[in-house]
Ligand binder design. Structure first.
Ligand code: 3HC
Length: 336
C-alpha cells in the first residue's frame, strides 16, 4: 500500500505544505551542489526565485545596454570620414543589436517575456548602462567608445562567460568575441588619428578627457556600496567584483594610452610598486547616481529615440506575426 508514513507532518500542519517544504529543501540542496561544484544551471532546472529574479534583472539590463548603446555611435554612421570607417561602424552597431537579441532571448529562457522587458525599458523603469547617457560630440568619440567603452565592457563580460547560468554564459562567448573586434577597431581609428594632424590629435585627447571618468563608472559602485555583489558572487553569476574589474581595466589601459600618445585625465594616476597596481583619483559617484536617476546629459533623448524606434518598427512585428500565422495555417492544412 502507498504510504508516506516516514514523511508524516506533525499533527495540526498541512500535509501538502510539509511535502512541498521537504521537496523545496531537496531542490535547493541540489541547486547549491551544482553551484558549489562550479556547474551550470540550465533553463529547465529548478532554481531559487531570487536567483531567477537576479538573472532577469542583470541580463535584461545588459540587453537594454546593448540596444541603447547603438544610439551614440549610430549618430555617426552618416558622417564617418571614409567608406572603410563607415562599413566598420555599420558592422559594429549591427553587432550590438545582435547582442541585445541574444540577451533578450537568454532572459526569456527564465520565463519573462520580451514585451515585458521592453515595456520596463520604454517606461523608464529599467536600468541600462550609465555610459550611454553621454553625448558623442566628435568623430574621435566613436574611436574612444570602441577603445575604452568596449574595452571596459570586455573586462566586465569575459568573466560572465563562466557565469553559472548556462544560456547567459553561452551568449557571452560570442558577445565577447565581437566586443574584442569592437575594441580593436576603436584603437585602430584612434591610432590613425594620432598619426594625423595636430587638430586630430587634439580631438582624440579632448574625447579621452570627457570619457575616462564615465567609463570607470561603468563597472558599477564600489564593492562596499554594491547591494547585489555578495549574492551575485555566491551564485557564480558575478566572478570578479566591481572594484577588482575597474582596477584590472585601469592597469591594462595605461600602457595602451602611452602607445596611443594620449594622457589619461587623472593627476593621481601613479604606479604603486607595493600593490602592483595603479593608484587612481576619486570617482565622482554623485555624477553616477545622477545619471542613474535619469539626470545625465542624454537620458531623455536616448529613451525618446528608443521608444520612437520601437513604435516605428511596429509594422515589422505585425508583418512577422501575420506571416507566422499564415505559415502555421498552411502547415495545418498540409497535415490534415
Ligand atoms: N549603469 C547603470 N546602472 C548600473 C551601473 C552602470 N554602469 N553599474 C551598476 N548599476 C546598477 C545595478 O544595475 C544595480 O541596479 P539595481 O539593483 O536597481 O538593479 C545598482 O546599480 C547597484 O549595482 P550593483 O553593483 O549592486 O549591481 P550588479 O551586481 O548587478 O553589478 C554590473 C552591476 C557590474 C553592471 C552587472 O550587472 C553586470 O556585470 N552586468 C552585465 C554587463 C552589463 O550589463 N554591462 C553593461 C554595459 S554593456 C555594453 O557596454 C555594451 C557594449 O556593446 C559596449
Amino acid at each position: 500500500m502507498y504510504t508516506q508514513s516516514l514523511d508524516q507532518a506533525p499533527v495540526g500542519t498541512d500535509t501538502n505544505n510539509a511535502i512541498d517544504i521537504h521537496q523545496d529543501a531537496a531542490k535547493q540542496a541540489a541547486f547549491d551542489a551544482v553551484i558549489d561544484a562550479d556547474g551550470k544551471i540550465e533553463a529547465q532546472d529548478w532554481m531559487p526565485a531570487a536567483y531567477r529574479k537576479t538573472l532577469v534583472r542583470q541580463i535584461s539590463q545588459h540587453a537594454h545596454s546593448e540596444v541603447v548603446g547603438m544610439l551614440p555611435e549610430g549618430n555617426w554612421i552618416s558622417r564617418a570620414p571614409s567608406l572603410k570607417r563607415k562599413a566598420i561602424l555599420l558592422a559594429k552597431v549591427q553587432d550590438e543589436a545582435g547582442h541585445g537579441l541574444y540577451l533578450y532571448s537568454a532572459a526569456e529562457t527564465l520565463g519573462t517575456g520580451r514585451d515585458e522587458l521592453l515595456d520596463a525599458l520604454h517606461s523608464g523603469r529599467a536600468k541600462y548602462s550609465s555610459i550611454f547617457n553621454y553625448p558623442t560630440l566628435s568623430w574621435a568619440d566613436v574611436g574612444v567608445i570602441g577603445w575604452l567603452v568596449d574595452g571596459a565592457a570586455i573586462m566586465n563580460q569575459v568573466p560572465l562567460c563562466r557565469c553559472s547560468y548556462g544560456p547567459y554564459a553561452r551568449a557571452m562567448i560570442r558577445v565577447c568575441k565581437e566586443e574584442s573586434f569592437h575594441q580593436r577597431q576603436g584603437f585602430d581609428a584612434l591610432l590613425a588619428m594620432m598619426q594625423g594632424t595636430e587638430a586630430q590629435r587634439a580631438m582624440v585627447q579632448e574625447s579621452v578627457n570627457r570619457w575616462w571618468w564615465p567609463v570607470l563608472m561603468m563597472f558599477g559602485p564600489p564593492d562596499a556600496d554594491s547591494p547585489n555583489s555578495a549574492q551575485g558572487m555566491r551564485w557564480g553569476i558575478k566572478r570578479i567584483s566591481n572594484d577588482d574589474l575597474r582596477q584590472k581595466f585601469i592597469d591594462a589601459t595605461v600602457a595602451q594610452a602611452e602607445t596611443l600618445g594620449v594622457t589619461l585625465p587623472d593627476p593621481d594616476l601613479t604606479w604603486n610598486e607595493a600593490t602592483g597596481h595603479y593608484d587612481f583619483g576619486t570617482i565622482n559617484w554623485q555624477e553616477f547616481q545622477d545619471v542613474l536617476a535619469g539626470k545625465g546629459p542624454c537620458n531623455t533623448e536616448r529613451l525618446a529615440t528608443r521608444v520612437k524606434a520601437h513604435q516605428d518598427g511596429q509594422w515589422v512585428r505585425d508583418a512577422a506575426a501575420a506571416y507566422a500565422r499564415k505559415q502555421a495555417a498552411k502547415q495545418q492544412r498540409q497535415a490534415a
